[in-house]
Design a binder for this molecule. Structure first.
Ligand code: DX5
Ligand code: ZN
Length: 242
């Protein structure tokens, strides 16, 4: 069974920007709005300066939503944590190319647990380093901000990098999602989609207030992203011009 095809667009709200005091309500809202995966950002204070959470939050989310749990490990030596996050209920685990010696072996360790395996690449790492391992992974995550915090601006060099990965996936007809993460909002998502992304992580644009003085509305946030994607999704369905 294929998983990445046909090229449908998937939205992944990032829990990092949610209100943890009412996580149940927030997750219900994004699920109601048609989110596809729930993205969980794990940071260890080493690979990135910030510290977030470990498997217990994944366990809590597992009880609160039936969405697939997409765990993004921004940690040093991530393979040692695969077992714990798998037990907590993760469906996908993504590790950073920069945090492992052998990304293919890391992906194998994740797949051996029956999970989808992702590999992420930071904005400053040459994109050529990701291309050879695409046949061995389920998710290629092209970071569109420097990892470590939500609410940053989408980096202008991102579409070029996304396009390189899309070309490699299509040339080999690979069953691999092309995910982007960072600064994804209604005014940037089409740029990422037109470059070839099909899976979009969004924190601030889903969970934070959309206008000054307004209360956050995660359901409206997901819908606004879906709406902003519509023209790009239609362009993506067209066969390439010959
Ligand atoms: C950044 C994280 C992101 C973050 C995105 O290091 O990996 O997943 O939550 O947040 P926004 O969408 O606010 O840029
Ligand atoms: Zn992330």
């Amino acid at each position: 069974m294929t998983w990445a095809k046909p090229r449908e667009m998937r939205l992944c709200p990032s829990v990092l920007s949610a209100d943890f005091a009412k996580l149940g309500e927030e997750l219900a809202a994004v699920q109601r709005a048609g989110a596809d995966f729930l993205h969980l950002d794990v940071m260890d204070g080493q690979f990135v300066p910030n510290v977030t959470f470990g498997p217990i939050i994944v366990t809590a989310c597992r009880k609160l939503t039936s969405l697939p749990l997409d765990v993004h490990l921004m940690v040093a030596n991530p393979v040692r944590f695969v077992e714990g996050f798998a037990r907590a209920g993760a469906d996908h685990i993504t590790v950073h190319l920069e945090a492992v010696i052998d990304a293919v072996a890391a992906a194998r360790a994740i797949r051996d647990r029956g999970l989808r395996a992702g590999v992420a690449i930071k904005p400053g790492t040459p994109i050529e380093r990701l291309l050879p391992i695409l046949p061995e992974i389920d998710i290629a995550l092209v970071m569109t901000v420097e990892p470590g915090a939500g609410g940053q601006a989408f980096l202008a060099q991102s579409p070029k990098r996304i396009a390189r990965v899309r070309a490699a996936i299509d040339a080999q007809d690979l069953d691999c999602l092309l995910q982007v993460d960072g600064g994804i909002a209604p005014d940037t998502i089409a740029r990422a989609a037109d470059a070839g992304a099909d899976t979009f992580v969004a924190g601030h644009s889903v969970f934070r207030a959309h206008a000054p003085g307004e209360p956050p509305d995660p359901e409206a946030g997901v819908r606004a992203l879906r709406e902003a994607l519509r023209p790009a999704a239609a362009r993506g369905q067209r066969p390439p011009a010959s």
